[in-house]
Design a protein around this ligand. Structure first.
Ligand code: AR6
Length: 179
């Protein structure tokens, strides 16, 4: 696990499942525009949250790439889910700007809702095809740049699904954060 602390905020990269972050106020969903269940992160989150999540999501859809909306966590161990729509690589452009907007929008919502701790998956790096190292660079830059603006948020955890994704994130976050 990689970790860093500045501006009263701790940033971590760890391996795990986004639906199993019991100690955190909020988790982020790598959503689709319709905010429906699907594969990957969205499938896992909707399965763990139960049907109440889809019901709450329905009137909030559709969302555009880079946007985020917030719901309750339903049967998840977390109070909130923040749903972000990442760019489809090669289709929604410019990809780095849209992916940056996801992280910024999610963190803005978290601070508005007095959320203290939040977990992100590697948005857009699965079904949406964003090369993982490029996406990690965007994520690290977006979070590093946003740290001075955090009010309630004091823990930001990136939850990577396998060793390869974890190692890439550890390396890129260390280079970006200098720690
Ligand atoms: N916990 C953490 N990371 C995970 C998990 C998990 N349970 N499951 C997968 N990953 P994806 P996207 C990793 O496809 O690219 C969905 O069907 C995965 O290895 O979930 O933004 C939606 O409905 C990858 O690195 O999100 C959308 O249509 C990363 O999480 C579309 O896919 C993101 O993979 C969104 O595509």
């Amino acid at each position: 696990m990689w970790q860093y602390e500045a501006h009263g905020v701790r940033v971590e990269c760890t391996k795990g499942d986004i639906t199993n972050q019991r100690d955190l106020d909020a988790i982020v969903n790598a959503a689709n525009a319709e905010l429906m269940s699907g594969g990957g992160v969205a499938g896992a989150i909707h399965a763990a949250a139960g049907p109440g999540l889809a019901e709450e999501c329905e009137p909030l859809a559709p969302i555009k790439p880079g946007e985020a909306v917030i719901t309750g966590g339903h049967d998840l161990p977390n109070r909130f889910v923040i749903h972000c729509l990442g760019p489809v690589y090669g289709q929604d452009q410019p990809e780095p700007e849209l992916l940056t907007n996801c992280y910024r929008s999610a963190l803005r919502l978290a601070n508005q809702k007095d959320i203290r701790s939040i977990a992100f998956p590697a948005i857009s790096t699965g079904a949406f095809g964003y090369p993982i190292a490029q996406a990690a660079l965007v994520a690290a830059d977006a979070v590093f740049e946003a740290l001075p603006r955090m009010s309630s948020v004091e823990l930001i955890r990136f939850v990577l699904f396998d060793d390869k994704a974890l190692h890439i994130h550890e390396e890129i976050f260390a280079a970006t954060f200098g720690g």
